[in-house]
Design a protein around this ligand. Structure first.
Ligand SMILES: *Cc1c(COP(=O)(O)O)cnc(C)c1O
Length: 230
């Protein structure tokens, strides 16, 4: 077995055990393999080993790799910061965009999706620890933004995404995952449909087990699958 296959097997096992131990259905948790800065050969290895969803951060890099590997070879998620002027490419290449954090960006994605006669699945990204260095909407903007996105014809809101600060002890991230769940509940209480809040994209290599315990439905795992990025 190659290294990537071994890593995937161990992570899948961990996801299943963690879900079972907290009374969740493992099938409600999707594993997204984060392949930024990784070459196409290793991405293909992961696909061959059964990984079905790949996450990319940079539009230019992603377009080149997706063109090589094939748009239909996997489900492609965009998880990086998205500038409005790249929205067109994100819509062309990606099945789900995790990082919608302003109304301006939402409107631009909506416009580009309309041109392609596509309904674009998106998540609303929240800057959960209010870090200056990170993108994401503020907590107090979340309800208003979710409602505005719901009014965009060619957007299909699927849920929320966050990226807490890195902690050596993943337990320290737990409060931030709880905060995202609270924001989800606030948005639901404001009348947004449950289907539009079905997904919680949270948890990375170091803390995905804690995220699953707190309700993650999508975990974004890079290093633990592909090794460290140079
Ligand atoms: C790089 C990245 C990940 C994966 O991080 P790892 O620690 O390598 O698992 C997940 N989410 C986002 C948004 C990222 O940019």
């Amino acid at each position: 077995m190659n290294r990537i296959k071994e890593n995937l097997t161990a992570i899948r096992r961990n996801i299943i055990d963690t879900a079972n131990n907290c009374g969740r259905n493992p099938e409600d948790i999707q594993l997204i393999g984060v392949s930024k800065k990784k070459p196409v050969q290793v991405m293909k290895q992961a696909i061959d080993a059964g990984l079905t969803i790949l996450g990319e951060n940079y539009i230019q890099e992603a377009m080149e790799k997706i063109d090589t590997i094939g748009r239909e070879a996997a489900v492609w998620h965009f998880i990086g910061h998205l500038q409005s002027n790249k929205a067109k490419f994100a819509v062309q290449y990606f099945d789900l965009i995790h990082t919608v954090d302003t109304y301006k960006l939402a409107k631009e994605i909506d416009k580009q999706a309309k041109k392609l006669q596509k309904c674009q699945d998106i998540l609303l990204q929240i800057n959960i620890a209010m870090e200056d260095t990170k993108s994401g909407a503020r907590k107090d903007e979340a309800v208003d933004l979710a409602q505005k996105i719901m009014a965009c014809e060619n957007l299909s809101l699927q849920g929320l995404m966050c990226m807490p600060p890195y902690f050596d002890d993943p337990e320290d991230a737990r409060i931030y995952f709880k905060k995202l769940v609270q924001i989800r509940d606030d948005i639901l209480a404001a009348g947004v449909s449950t289907g539009a809040m079905a997904q919680l994209s949270m948890g990375m290599s170091n803390d995905f087990a804690v995220a699953i315990q707190e309700g993650a439905t999508m975990v974004r795992v890079g290093t633990a699958i592909f090794g460290s990025r140079m």
